[in-house]
Design a protein around this ligand. Structure first.
Ligand code: GUN
Length: 296
């Protein structure tokens, strides 16, 4: 029987740990979240992060700007968005800053993230923090991959000596995930949805992590019997049942990269979507917020 890896349950455990650490922290944490544009998925994710802060009694601030407002040049070669980040960097009460990605329009997310004070970069995406993370000397790690690793540990899934395959090469998940599994002693194969003979690669995995953002990419025949499957995909799709919300809009369901039902027939353990990696990503963000405040 396949084991369903319960991200909600483990996220609750992390929340309890964060709560206990918050009681001891000297510098009160405050998370600032920057949200640009009107992408509905980004709005939902930001709301989830703010709700988590509220639950834990962590102060938060949302800086919400339209794309046009954010792009407005307030100074020679400086946009309003860059100005806002400078303001948050300088604000002593703010201990953590997160810029919700992807950024709309012509913004370079690399350039914008490089403007965040590395001491306040809760996502661990600033080049200085990513460099430390790569060397294994950083205090924090990117939230989603940290969440996946914690799930494996909580369920007693050994990593050392295993063959791990990571589908997806994003800076936020795919690349840090590969690095973390390698650091824990797995042999790691990194690929993405356009990899030639993808099924041949994924079929080798004892631990398969899919972070490609491609709904239903991973089918049963691509998975080895007994593999552990971690689904980081979160695509919002209109549900087939044409359910309508109270406002009469078509409801959007959250779809993972993995065909859950059929892959469950061959996997030994699997994360569902929703209720798997998603809640863990938010919980790990809260952990990063408290770590940065502890180090103030
Ligand atoms: N967009 C999707 N996931 C993330 C994340 O973990 N952090 C940020 N900043 N943006 C995201």
């Amino acid at each position: 029987m396949v084991k369903i890896i319960d991200g909600k349950k483990i996220a609750e455990k992390v929340f309890k740990e964060v709560k206990a650490r918050l009681r001891r922290v000297k510098h009160r944490p405050k998370l600032a979240v920057v949200l640009i544009g009107d992408d509905p998925a980004s709005k939902i994710y930001v709301n989830m992060k703010i709700e988590a802060c509220n639950r834990l009694g962590i102060e938060s601030e949302v800086v919400q700007l339209s794309r046009k407002e954010a792009e407005e040049m307030v100074e020679k070669e400086k946009s309003r968005l860059e100005r806002e980040i400078e303001r948050l960097d300088a604000d002593e009460t703010v201990t953590g800053i997160l810029v919700q990605l992807p950024l709309p329009g012509n913004f370079s997310s690399d350039k914008i993230i490089a403007g965040i004070d590395p001491e306040k970069d809760v996502d661990c995406l600033h080049p200085q923090n990513l460099g430390r993370f790569m060397m294994g000397t950083g205090r924090i790690a990117p939230c989603a991959s940290k969440g996946c690793l914690r799930l494996l540990d909580e369920y007693g899934i050994k990593i050392a000596g295993k063959e791990a395959v990571v589908v997806g090469k994003s800076k936020i998940v795919g690349r840090p995930m590969s690095r973390m599994l390698l650091a824990r002693g797995a042999r790691v194969l990194s690929c993405d949805k356009s990899t030639k003979n993808l099924a041949q690669c994924t079929k080798r995995a004892d631990i398969l992590v899919s972070a490609a953002g491609e709904p239903r990419l991973i089918r049963k025949e691509m998975v080895k019997k007994g593999a552990v499957v971690i689904d980081v995909g979160t695509t919002r799709e209109k549900t087939g049942s044409k359910k309508k919300s109270a406002k009469g809009k078509l409801k959007r369901g959250l779809i993972g990269d993995v065909c859950f039902d059929e892959v469950s027939e061959v996997a030994s353990a699997i994360t569902p979507v929703p209720g798997g990696v998603g809640p863990m990503t938010v919980a790990m963000l809260m952990e990063n917020v408290v770590i940065l405040a502890e180090n103030k």
